[in-house]
Design a protein around this ligand. Structure first.
Ligand code: COA
Length: 325
């Protein structure tokens, strides 16, 4: 038995912010951002919230799967920017969908989010406890960003996207293999500190921190771990990179994609991208890109895909999926 992707959906905020818009608020330029990252525009939430985008993406994925929300046994939301500390974004979604039976929780794995969530859903489905699972990655990173820090504020966008997955009796389709790992030792290269203890008995400054990143450390981590994890997974499945039709990698930086393609000795055409238009949308990145390709008719039934997310933690997750929609 395998876990198959039966629905996909995404949601992006209406407002589009260009590199030139950013050059008006920080010392940067369209040329620098394009050359160093490949990003040209990104969507930024104004009236949208993390929860509203999650609900929109989830409803689209559920409709695409052709099931009813009440049938979901498992709802996982990958986010670091939910609207509430608690209840979880997944529980807020569950209520909005009118589902009152699913096992429902959030995971905090940054940009590895949706592929990490797929790994959990795959295990639940294979255990026989779950028939239909919803895995959504969603971020409003714009509310965590220091808009005076040019080294981070130009990179991210907001959005939500995800998958409905279900058991498939046909072993030749769906998730053929998946791995998810943490690399906590390097975790401090991408952080956002929790709100300080505000109790009257606690010492220390009462501040709300922003997202901080050692860009080069994360860059090196990605260029090392992405090809390593893909090769490990392919080896375990008796496959090589040449057997893969498309590599859906987390859209953090075009130079990371170029480096991975080169290391894997694969043509860049096999690496779809949309970071030029949406920037780094963290946990939503991989399913958003796949949703775009799917709706443009660019995903063919029977194609073999690699999905790979990496980010805060540091964490990474990689899957080989045979597309059967
Ligand atoms: N506009 C103009 N100049 C900028 C800038 C910006 N937006 N951001 C940084 N710079 C400057 C730096 O201050 C530095 O100037 P200096 O040489 O005078 O000190 C110079 O550009 C080079 O900075 P550096 O950090 O070395 O650039 P880089 O080539 O490593 O690119 C990132 C920076 C962030 C784009 C890149 O490291 C990256 O993409 N890392 C991975 C990030 C990632 O994937 N994060 C998400 C994880 S999921």
């Amino acid at each position: 038995m395998k876990t198959s992707i039966i629905g996909v959906g995404s949601s992006l905020p209406e407002k589009i912010v260009t590199n030139d818009d950013l050059a008006k608020i920080v010392d940067t330029s369209d040329e620098w951002i394009r050359q160093r990252t490949g990003i040209v525009t990104r969507h930024i939430a104004t009236k949208e919230t993390t929860s509203s985008m999650i609900e929109d993406a989830a409803r689209k994925a559920i409709a695409d799967a052709g099931i009813r929300a009440e049938e979901l046994d498992l709802i996982i939301v990958a986010t670091v920017s939910g609207d509430y500390r608690f209840p979880s974004a997944a529980c807020i979604l569950q209520a909005a969908l009118g589902n009152d039976r699913a096992n429902t929780f959030d995971i905090v794995v940054g940009c590895a989010g949706c592929v990490y969530g797929l790994n959990i859903a795959d295990s639940f489905i294979k255990s026989g406890k779950v028939r239909y699972a919803l895995v959504i990655g969603a971020e409003t990173i714009s509310k965590l960003t220091d808009w005076e820090d040019r080294s981070t504020c130009v990179l991210f966008g907001d959005g939500a996207a995800g998958f409905v997955v279900a058991a498939s009796e046909d072993d030749s389709v769906g998730i053929q293999g998946i791995l998810a790992r943490g690399n906590g030792r390097d975790g401090m290269s991408l952080t956002m500190k929790e709100r300080e203890n505000m109790s009257p008995w606690a010492d220390g400054e009462k501040v709300w921190d922003y997202l901080h990143m050692d860009g080069q450390a994360v860059f090196k981590f990605a260029c090392r771990k992405v090809p390593e994890s893909i090769n490990e997974l392919l080896d375990s499945l008796g496959l090589t990179a040449d057997d893969i039709d498309k590599f859906f990698l987390h859209q953090a930086n075009y130079r990371i994609i170029e480096t991975v393609a080169k290391m894997m000795k694969q043509p860049l055409e096999k690496f779809p991208t949309n970071m030029d238009r949406v920037g780094n949308i963290s946990a939503a990145s991989v399913p958003c890109l796949m949703d775009e390709y799917y709706h443009k008719g660019l995903l063919k039934k029977g194609e073999r895909h690699v999905l790979c997310g990496f980010g805060a933690g540091l964490t990474y997750a990689t899957a080989v999926v045979v597309w059967d929609k």
